[in-house]
Ligand binder design. Sequence first.
Ligand code: 6R9
Length: 640
Amino acid sequence: MHEERRFEPPAELAANANLKADAYDRAAADFEGFWAEQAKRLTWATEPTETLDWSNPPFAKWYADGKLNAAYNCVDRHVENGLGDKVAYYFEGEPGDTREITYAQLKDEVSKAANALLELNVKPGEIVAIYMPMIPETVVAMLACARIGAPHTVIFGGFSSDALKGRILDCDARVVITSDGGYRRGAPAALKPAVDAALADCPDVRNVVVVKRTGQETAMVEGRDLWWEDFVAKQSTEHTPEAFDAEHPLYVMYTSGSTGKPKGILHTTGGYLVGTSYTQWGVFDLKPDTDVYWTAADIGWVTGHSYIVYGALANATTSVLYEGTPDTPHQGRWWEIVQKYKVSILYCAPTAIRTFMKWGADIPAKFDLSSLRVIGSVGEPINPEAYVWYREHIGGNNAPVVDTWWQTETGMHMISPLPGVTAGKPGAAMKAIPGVSVDVVDDAGKPVPDGSGGYLVITKPWPAMLRTLWGDDQRFVDTYWSRWPGVYFAGDGAKKDEDGDLWLLGRVDDVMNVSGHRLSTTEIESALVSHPKVAEAAVVGASDPTTGQAIAAFVILRSEAGDGGPDVVQELRNHVAKEIGPIAKPRQIMVVSELPKTRSGKIMRRLLRDVAENREVGDVTTLADSTVMDLIKTNLEAGK
Ligand code: 6R9
């Protein structure tokens, strides 16, 4: 963390930057005034007269007496302002099919889908589940929900039917929007069968709308399932959006918690749109008239919600939407897309950057990437080597790297350099953006001095903050607001360097971050234990040069399973993939006879991580049985 390299903003970018250094002072001098100013980015049916209501912390209300429609703000008003022919999305399908969707077309499509949902009797406040690949209809479906005041919950297409079922039941969704499948690594991958399997246990779901993407053979349930191409296509393009309260729920997104059950993060309308549009404009220095913007992430991740859909559209951005993987059909696919559409702002995860590093700099070198002027990173700490590589080989040694720290819960960027202001420091997320206040505190909640580490906290409310956990206010309070009075506990470790700049150190709880996906150890342990051969399981995130963290699992087999048979490891890996999704498949599974536990029965994952990372095992004095680690090591040696 003694990083000497500094990268000053390019002079021209600095001179014309949307956010300049004075924004920090303005926000600090008049916090509410600053956020009242940002609310003017939106078109309100009723202008808010109040900014923040923090009278009942931690339950915040932002712009509470304002009314607006999110879809109107993302689409209709741009058409009314003469931008109907402007491209909202350049869609690039994995097999190479392309579509350009203008704001006028988007308005028609969203209106039709809204009318379709109304025909299915979807009411304001009723949640609609969306389980889709990365195609324009996913955005249309989300906006159609927003338009009629029905919050959506988008479930990542990589998740299993069990995950889908759990979420549908938790938020009581009655309508599901899905597709026959999507393209993944050169082949159609089905989605609809997972919906059918999930719905076997969700009797309250009355309808499923199915987009035809791959054309693969798809079973349809009579009376329940409807093809988008018939049912949505026949609807009218006329739909008048109704204004909802600023605090009307916009969506619920499920994310892993440190206990097994996923948390349903609730975002509401006004503050979320203000926060995402402000940050997309400021942190990326977005110039909507000239930039082509690409968030290369899944819509099923909060990054997609905030910066492919809501923030991007509220700013009338032209975005790229890419369906597939970075190496289909070749490892230069992303760079071909950047060149083709002259992408000027790119936003992706360090795990992708590290993969590109592994593939070699000669691949991007074959393409013209000179259009790129700001490049962003999100999802996990970006290590200095990856930062420097990204800047040099993708950003042409010119485009500033913005390393954005934020969470599903925060809804918007919170800590980041500003491309026109900050002298970037490889590996550091630097400091809170204007309007946001964070600190690093010790166990007692006291701010640590420069040069020390501790826990990251957010010390003031912010417009895009989660409002609660769906159906569980108490867990919301307990998880985020109970550790120290009055501050939000993010669950991340952080350090202030000698200059007071922030470095993020990863999760302090038992949540792993695999390729930017958050997975809880408990969730995977539960999946392992659900296999008949497994008695006990402990899962840790071991650092991995490519995926950030990789899943290492230790299992104790049931005695009746004997040694489990020759294929037990493969069998268990597949089982986890089936239960949770391929992303959760452990890199390694080690069969052991004991697990290290404290006296209160908590597994000491720290020690297992030492084993998984081939390190000297650390302090074992708090173990109930301190010989266990020796036993595990002997076990593993014997098994080699
Ligand atoms: C947006 C998103 C949130 C967790 C967060 C932290 C990690 C995200 C980061 C970062 C270091 C960054 N994280 N961005 N760590 N530097 N720039 O990723 O949301 O999926 O909810 O994950 O990801 O640990 O707490 P989400």
